[in-house]
Every structure is written in structure tokens, then in C-alpha cells.
Design a protein. Structure first.
Length: 451
């Protein structure tokens, strides 16, 4: 009887597994996209119809955060599900193809490692920015396929390959260099759609990291011409870059539909940090601040999850979530365990999005830059921002003041002390940055000149 019962239980599991095949997971990241520059956040001058449809088909996070206010550290957190300051990945790596000390540390386990372990096909398309030397190559970090570049940015127009090595090196398909002839964002959409087509019969994980709409501001003439109504030239080109990215995302969504896997694919979309308003004339309103800062404008981003077959459509989720949550969510769906030998800071969001778990995914979220400051902490609607090392903190109630316009002025009060204590307990678990930002030497020199 006992053997039979076990046999039946095993059969039951097999039936359940057949009824609910493991979903594909697609993570789409934009680079330096302004909070207000998508239609689903109310943008009117830049068209994002595919993203708007994607948002309408799933859950839009109104308090969706990234774990850093600029490029590479956010990606290190996303890849590992861990606060990147735990392993010293706190600044951008310089583009150093021969320096094995500057990149996502070899001891870190990536989302692609875990999805590969789960038997998924894993692909990366786009901007890597997690180290340019051999040990950091995507194919050595869990991805089975790649198409893209290893640095922090790249020229978009194939006829305009002038400038630094980082921005002009040939694209790579796996470990081989290739000559790309299309506008880069369009090429990334093409490659991502092809990956979907190649792997449609098998669970897959796709990480599509556009460098758009990061500088350099370059877009196809036809795309710029469509936005002739935008008087500001920088914003017109920036907007065209977003419109082309939206087209590329539409192509990937179309590939999912054509492959018949749309209802069995979880798609995340987010920006890697807030918009650099003064650089590209992007907009983060109603948020204060920009890329590089721990005000909301640097860290709260357009962020959504869509899975038509499983998640409700057209809803918002207001509790804070963070890019670190993508790894635990994907890994749980793929059916493998999280590493147990290290803290994983992200949370599996599925029970929260399905209404099965009560409460919030995170009691508290933290940010820290430069090994010290600026830093920030959010717990509930309470937010504390340390803008500069050594100056007073600012306390905001985000429920009443999402724009962080008026600090509460109670910096000696109990709520502030409690937030500082939470930050200090977290900060004590971190290590110093393993390398300096490539711009820090120049910045220091410029500061010296000003004095
Ligand atoms: Ca960025």
C-alpha cells in the first residue's frame, strides 16, 4: 500500500508538472530611461505603444526600484539577486579587456548560472558592463549564447564608429567579433527575437539589455523625423531612440506570440537607473533628482511584469519591489533552489503578485554609493536620504511627498533614528568597493582645478 501511495503521489506530481510547464523568463532592461518617458507613466511626446501594451497586459510596479542609481552596479545586483555592495561591485568598471580584477567577482553566482542549472536555454543580448576581461565574459557567467558588447556603451550607427575603444569595438556573437550593419537597438531586437524563435520548444531565459536610450544621442533619421513636434533637439533624438527601442521590444513580443509561448512567458521590463535629465533632456517627474543620486529620480524606475497566462492584467502593485527580486522569482519558477551559502536579498514576487502572500516583499530597502555616501533607506513610506557624506540626512514621507520636495525636519526624531539604525546594521554587512569608478580620477582633477 505504501509503495502504491508513493507511486500515486509521484504520478500526481507528474500530472501537475505537465499541466503547468515552467515558464520562459525574459528580462528587458533599458539604459538611463527617464521615469516619465514611457506612455504607461503618462508620457505624451514619445510613443511607446508596445511597452504600453505590455504594461496593460500585466502588473505595473508603482514603487519599482533598482539597487543602484547607475549602470554596472544595478546589473551586478540584478545578475546575483544580492546587494552588489556585499561583493564590492559599487562603481562602474573601466573598459579594461586585460584586467581581471575589474568585473563581477568570479565567486558570484548569476541568474544565468541558476537558469542553466534548471535546464533552461540562456541567452544574453545587448550591453554587458560587468567586466571586459575574459573571466567576466557572459559565456563564462552562465549564458549559453550572447550577442552584444562588453563595455558600458556603444555607438548606435554602424557608419559612426569613431570614439573610444569601449564605444567602437566590434560587436560579439558568442566569442567571435562580428560586423553589425543595422542600427544597434534594431539589431538587438532582431537577435532577441531570433533567440526566441530558436528556443521556442524548450524553456528559455533571455536577458535583453538595451544600451538605449543612453548616450551617445544617435537615432535613425526617419525615427527622428517622426518626432518633429519635439522642439528640443536632444529630447527629439532621445525620444527617437526610445521609439526605436519600443519597436524592437514589439518585435520580441511578436516573436513570443508567433512561437505560441506568449501565455507561458514572464516578461520583466525596467530601466537600470533613473534618467540623467541634464544630459539627454529626459524627464523623471514627479520624482526629484536624476541618475547618480539616491533621490527617487535616481533609483525609482519604470518597472513591470507581464505573464498573460498567470498574472492579472492591467493592475498596479504599490509595495516597493527591487531589481534584486528578479533572480529569486525566475529561479523559483524554474524549480531550482537559491544558493544557501550567502545572503540573497531579492524576494520571489510571485506569491505577492498572485495575492497569496500578505504584507510587503521588503520591510526595508537600502542604497549606498562610493563605499559611503550618498546613501538612502526606505521602510514603508519613510525614506531617509544622506545626500553628502557628513551632512545631515533628509527625511521624507513618500506617501505624502513622492517628489521629496519638503524634508520633514525631524532629523533627531525616533523614526529617523530607527531608519539610521537599520541602515547601519545593513552597512556593517558590506565591504569596500573593489575598484574606483573610471571617472573618479578625472573628477578629482576637475575638483582640484575648481579650488
Ligand atoms: Ca544606466
Amino acid at each position: 500500500m505504501r509503495a502504491m501511495a508513493i507511486g500515486l503521489a509521484a504520478a500526481g506530481l507528474a500530472v501537475a508538472a505537465a499541466a503547468a510547464p515552467r515558464p520562459n523568463v525574459v528580462v528587458i532592461v533599458a539604459d538611463d530611461l527617464g521615469y516619465a518617458d514611457v506612455g504607461f507613466h503618462g508620457c505624451r511626446d514619445i510613443p511607446t505603444p508596445h511597452l504600453d501594451r505590455l504594461a496593460a497586459s500585466g502588473t505595473r510596479f508603482t514603487s519599482g526600484y533598482v539597487s543602484h542609481s547607475f549602470c554596472s552596479p544595478t546589473r551586478a545586483g540584478l545578475m546575483t539577486g544580492r546587494y552588489q555592495q556585499r561583493f564590492g561591485h559599487e562603481t562602474n568598471p573601466a573598459f579594461l579587456p586585460n584586467d581581471t580584477s575589474v568585473g563581477l567577482p568570479a565567486g558570484e553566482i548569476t541568474i544565468a548560472d541558476l537558469m542553466t542549472k534548471a535546464g533552461y536555454a540562456t541567452g544574453f543580448v545587448g550591453k554587458w558592463h560587468l567586466g571586459a576581461a575574459a573571466p567576466f565574459h557572459p559565456l563564462d557567467r552562465g549564458f549559453q549564447e550572447m550577442y552584444g558588447f562588453l563595455g558600458g556603451g556603444h555607438q548606435y550607427l554602424p557608419e559612426l564608429l569613431t570614439g573610444t575603444a569601449e564605444y567602437t569595438v566590434p560587436l560579439m556573437r558568442n566569442r567571435e567579433t562580428v560586423k553589425e550593419t543595422e542600427y544597434l537597438t534594431t539589431a538587438f531586437g532582431r537577435e532577441a527575437a531570433a533567440f526566441v524563435g530558436r528556443h521556442k520548444g524548450h524553456p528559455f531565459f533571455l536577458y535583453l539589455a538595451f544600451n538605449a536610450p543612453h548616450t551617445p544621442l544617435q537615432a535613425p533619421e526617419a525615427a527622428i523625423a517622426k518626432l518633429a513636434g519635439i522642439a528640443d533637439e536632444k529630447r527629439r533624438v532621445y525620444g527617437a531612440m526610445i521609439a526605436v527601442m519600443d519597436d524592437a521590444i514589439g518585435r520580441v513580443l511578436g516573436a513570443l506570440r508567433e512561437a505560441g509561448v506568449e501565455n507561458n512567458t514572464l516578461v520583466f521590463f525596467l530601466s537600470d537607473n533613473g534618467g540623467p535629465t541634464s544630459v539627454t533632456h529626459c524627464r523623471n517627474d514627479p520624482l526629484k533628482g536624476a541618475k547618480g543620486q539616491t533621490y527617487e529620480g535616481g533609483i525609482r524606475v519604470p518597472f513591470l511584469a507581464s505573464w498573460p497566462g498567470r498574472l492579472p492584467a492591467g493592475v498596479t502593485y504599490d509595495r516597493p519591489v527591487v531589481s534584486l527580486d528578479i533572480l529569486p522569482t525566475a529561479v523559483a519558477l524554474a524549480g531550482v533552489e537559491l544558493p544557501k551559502d550567502r545572503p540573497i536579498d531579492g524576494v520571489n514576487l510571485m506569491p505577492f503578485l498572485l495575492g497569496e502572500a500578505k504584507g510587503a516583499p521588503h520591510e526595508v530597502l537600502f542604497w549606498r554609493q562610493n563605499g559611503n555616501a550618498p546613501w538612502a533607506v526606505r521602510s514603508g513610506d519613510d525614506k531617509l536620504v544622506m545626500v553628502q557624506n557628513g551632512t545631515a540626512v533628509e527625511h521624507y514621507d513618500l506617501a505624502k511627498d513622492i517628489g521629496e520636495a519638503a524634508p520633514l525636519g525631524d532629523t533627531a526624531g525616533g523614526r529617523v533614528k530607527a531608519l539610521v539604525a537599520k541602515f547601519e546594521a545593513w552597512n556593517a554587512q558590506l565591504i569596500a568597493p573593489k575598484w574606483q569608478s573610471p571617472g573618479s580620477g578625472k573628477k578629482k582633477a576637475a575638483e582640484g582645478k575648481r579650488k
